[in-house]
Design a protein around this ligand. Structure first.
Ligand code: GDP
Ligand code: IMO
Ligand code: MG
Length: 429
């Protein structure tokens, strides 16, 4: 069963990049299937830290081929900058090591301008998007007017498509939002340049993945964002515009059900969220600063893509159980356990309370969480620094108890615990 899937169980930034990096050592293909450069996946190898937005994190391993599937939306400027960054760090990125789906959609400056204009227009109800044009790019896809990578293969026609796309967007930007119009020719010149560079990378990645699976090779699907940001199953409308959940892998890569193996949920030992929307276990003030950090460590809770301080809170067991269900998770990786060292006690939400009743599961999805108050269990914390721990028996008893409780609450086992951002800072269970 060679198609393993890595999924964020929360609102993104669970540490998926570092988990993908661990598993990529044994993967032939590592494939992104959703989202765009709204993602920010961090991989730390020794003294080097890579922040990847558009290219699968697995590319850092020389044996893995990176795949950008048809479900992804692509900002070519980010993509090319990332390719250069990797090459500057002696990681080869050529058309053999990176394959891009002909059916993936392009993000353009018009999409970014629309994203900003729509956010402005929302006023107090802003979603807090990353401003990368993700929503408008997927809107065009669903409206059957998006521009796909394969259109780059015929540059004269592509030029006309970009020009008319910008002209149409200008009508909305200037007419509806009173925003500045873009120059169609400038955008077309820029994008025709990208088309020349990316020509050789474009292929039918669904056929590539299928071929690999048929040969018994292993494919790792790298989810971006997280379960609660899923457009169908997340905290709608405070979500992204794609399906980060495991079912999204199938249309996002163009594969069927037959090859799926492990579906690994990545969960932080606490919880974070960038942008607006419900967050029942959110903490504020000093307690939040303690979980977030002040920005002095590279792993402190500030957005990898936008630098915004992340909202933080205690682990929410109700939402974790929901993520197990929606994704059909087979196991969990718990990250950032080291950050909880030194707390006198740790809290975990085991149920919600509303109108005098207790709920173990969500009665009607996570879109409206306002009626619910978290029911917490308090557990003793632990003092020792965990960053050097590499085995279960070396974890302090209270940390073991906390992990066992996470497994009980979620109903699935914890297969790995990460105790620092670096490759080897991990405990295999
Ligand atoms: P992603 O979007 O899910 O890939 O996560 P991000 O890369 O946006 O954010 C996770 C942050 O936590 C990054 O800075 C990682 O280097 C860091 N990180 C991941 N696992 C651990 C861990 O176990 N301990 C610590 N201290 N940092 C971690
Ligand atoms: P990774 O892959 C955390 C959030 C934004 C906003 C909402 C919609 O690094 O986990 P969008 O720009 O997608 O239209 O914004 O989704 N968001 C993320 N939050 N991690 C991410 O990616 C995110 N990608 C989008 O902050 O609340
Ligand atoms: Mg991230």
């Amino acid at each position: 069963m060679p198609l393993d899937i890595i999924i964020g169980t929360q609102w993104g930034d669970e540490g998926k990049g570092r988990v993908v990096d661990m598993l990529s050592a044994r993967a032939d293909l590592v494939a992104r299937y959703n989202g765009g450069d709204n993602a920010g996946h961090t991989v730390t190898v020794g003294t080097q830290t890579f922040k990847l937005h558009q290219i699968p994190s697995g590319i850092i391993h020389p044996s893995a081929v990176g795949v950008i599937g048809n479900g992804v939306v692509i900002n070519p400027a980010t993509l090319l900058a990332e390719m250069e960054m990797l090459r500057g760090n002696h990681i080869e990125v050529d058309a053999r090591r990176l394959r891009i789906s002909h059916a993936a959609h392009l993000i353009t400056p018009a999409h970014r301008a629309l994203d900003h204009a729509q956010e402005q227009a929302r006023g107090k109800s802003q979603i807090g998007t990353t401003g990368r044009g993700i929503g408008p790019a997927y809107t065009d896809k669903a409206a059957r007017m998006g521009i796909r990578m394969e259109e780059m293969l015929d540059i004269p026609t592509f030029r006309r498509r970009i020009e008319s796309h910008v002209e149409e967007a200008n009508q909305v930007l200037a007419g509806l939002f009173r925003a500045e119009a873009l120059d169609p020719q400038t955008v077309a010149d820029e994008y025709c340049g990208y088309a020349e560079t990316l020509h050789d990378y474009i292929t039918d990645t669904s056929a590539l993945v299928w071929g690999a699976l048929r040969k018994g090779q292993s494919v790792l699907a790298e989810g971006a964002q997280g379960t609660l940001l899923d457009i169908d199953h997340g905290t709608y409308p405070f979500v992204t515009s794609s399906n980060p959940t495991a079912p999204g892998v199938l249309p996002g890569l163009g594969v069927g059900f037959g090859y799926i193996g492990r579906i690994i949920g990545v969960t932080k030992a606490f919880q974070s969220r960038v942008g607006a929307g419900p967050f029942p276990t959110e903490v504020l003030g000093d307690a939040a600063t303690r979980l977030r950090g002040t920005g002095s460590n590279p792993w402190d809770e500030f957005g990898t893509t936008t630098g915004r301080p992340r909202r933080v809170g205690w682990l929410d067991g109700v939402l974790l159980r929901y993520a197990v269900r929606i994704n059909g998770l087979s196991e969990l990786v718990v990250t950032k356990l080291d950050v909880l060292s030194g707390l006198r006690m740790v809290k975990i939400c085991t149920a919600y309370r509303a109108n005098g009743k207790e709920y173990n599961d969500l009665p009607m999805g996570p879109a409206d969480l306002s009626p619910f108050e978290p029911v917490y269990e308090e557990m003793p914390g632990w003092e020792p620094d965990l960053t050097g721990v590499r085995s279960w028996s070396d974890l302090p008893q209270p940390a073991q108890n906390y992990l066992e409780r996470i497994a009980e609450i979620s109903g699935i086992s914890v297969c790995q615990v990460s105790v620092g951002p670096e490759r080897e800072q991990v405990v295999d269970l």
